[in-house]
Design a protein around this ligand. Structure first.
Ligand code: GSH
Length: 368
């Protein structure tokens, strides 16, 4: 029986049962990536709107989502938070046991977090109906038209930095058409991306698909009309029932998944590698321990024949490295060969070129 309350926790007969605190927003890509992980693991948590001042003070950054663990420590970055949850709540697992499946999780996370942004930011802020609705949604969520406007101004101002312009939109749209079709075909056959069980790959890709495309009116209609299997998967991921799930593919990938992965290889891989290339040039001559800015100069790549110029984000390279580490752990030659065939050799064959590491919430240059 509860004998009293201590802030966010409850004293139950002397045992302090504090929930995790999750600060996120419904239409936020990275909040939508993390929420299904918390639910799948059936973690005792409460969701609060972000306290931006507190987040800035405690993480040094202005990003959501964050979580506060029951010990009171705040954690930022969905990728690292999911790793932390996997460590603290080992079952049910989100990271598959098979090294090839795990590498695919890291690849899809890289794709969803760092390339699919082009799709989700284009659809949100460059369809006028979506953009107008989102301004109102931010106002409603924050309780202030003024705050809503300034949030919308801030988020929409990132488009050029991401390489989203009138000139590049046809290529982004063409990728979007193909990937939605391929995903719809795959999810008609398989309940989750990597088989009968949800994984990090699902959390990562459903993040932008749910928070942006499925919530914003123009794309919501399109998904409901043309990609109903994607909608059903979004709903499954958002209300996961781990007890009713089976197992992951375990290295045996159906043709429908291979189609999705070859789009990743064809369109996303050159783009993320261009970020790494730009960082190599920037880092040369920098001292170790120097914190990296969010953007370091320009990054140039090509998508479906169109030139994309965007800000080079060092964080993309940090995530490429995580994929490479997972790839290097695959012992089976045939599984390695299969992945290379699907996504191209460049991503896996280039050895790490940039000595960077995370220090707290910052990326820093380290000695190679
Ligand atoms: N790497 C971070 C990215 C978080 C992120 O970009 N969050 C967005 C909302 S979905 C944000 O807070 N953006 C604020 C800004 O960029 O100004 C993560 O994985 O958590």
């Amino acid at each position: 029986m509860a004998t009293g309350s201590t802030g966010f926790g409850y004293v139950m007969g002397g045992f302090v049962n504090r929930p995790w605190i999750f600060m996120g927003v419904d239409r936020s890509h990275f909040s939508a990536k993390l929420r299904p992980a918390l639910r799948y693991k059936q973690i005792h948590y409460v969701e609060y709107p972000p306290d931006w001042e507190e987040i800035q003070r405690r993480t040094g950054a202005n990003f959501i989502p964050v979580v506060v663990d029951p010990g009171g420590e705040m954690h930022q970055d969905s990728t690292e938070i999911i790793d932390l949850l996997e460590e603290r709540f080992d079952e049910p697992r989100l990271l598959p046991a098979s090294p090839a499946d795990l590498a695919l999780c890291r690849l899809i996370e890289l794709y969803a977090d760092e390339f699919f942004l082009l799709v989700s930011m284009r659809t949100r802020w460059a369809y006028s109906e979506n953009a107008a609705e989102m301004r109102r949604a931010f106002a409603a969520f924050s309780g202030s038209v003024q705050v809503g406007e300034s949030l919308a101004d801030r988020m929409s101002s990132y488009l050029p930095m991401l390489g989203i312009t009138e000139a590049t939109m046809p290529a982004i749209d063409s990728h979007t058409d193909d990937v939605l079709e391929a995903l719809n075909r795959h999810l008609a056959k398989s309940p989750f991306l990597l088989g009968d069980r949800m994984s990090l790959a699902d959390c990562a890709l459903m993040g932008p698909l749910y928070a942006h495309l499925y919530q914003d009116r123009v794309t919501r209609k399109r998904l409901l009309d043309e990609a109903i299997e994607v909608c059903a998967w979004i709903e499954r991921c958002n209300r996961p029932v781990p007890e009713s799930m089976g197992t992951w593919f375990g290295g045996q990938y159906p043709g429908t998944l291979r189609e999705v992965l070859s789009l990743v290889g064809r369109d996303a891989v050159p783009h993320v590698l261009a970020h790494e290339e730009a960082l190599v040039g920037w880092v040369a001559g920098q001292q170790t321990g120097v914190p990296l800015p969010r953007v370091v100069g320009e990054c140039k790549s090509e998508l479906r024949g169109l030139r994309i110029t965007c800000g080079a984000r060092p964080y993309v390279t940090w995530k490429i490295e995580r994929f490479r580490q997972a790839f290097d752990a695959i012992g089976s030659t045939s599984e390695r060969g299969l992945l290379v065939a699907l996504v191209g050799g460049a991503l896996v064959s280039s050895p790490s070129k940039v000595p960077i590491a995370k220090s707290g919430n910052e990326l820093v240059v380290v000695t190679s």
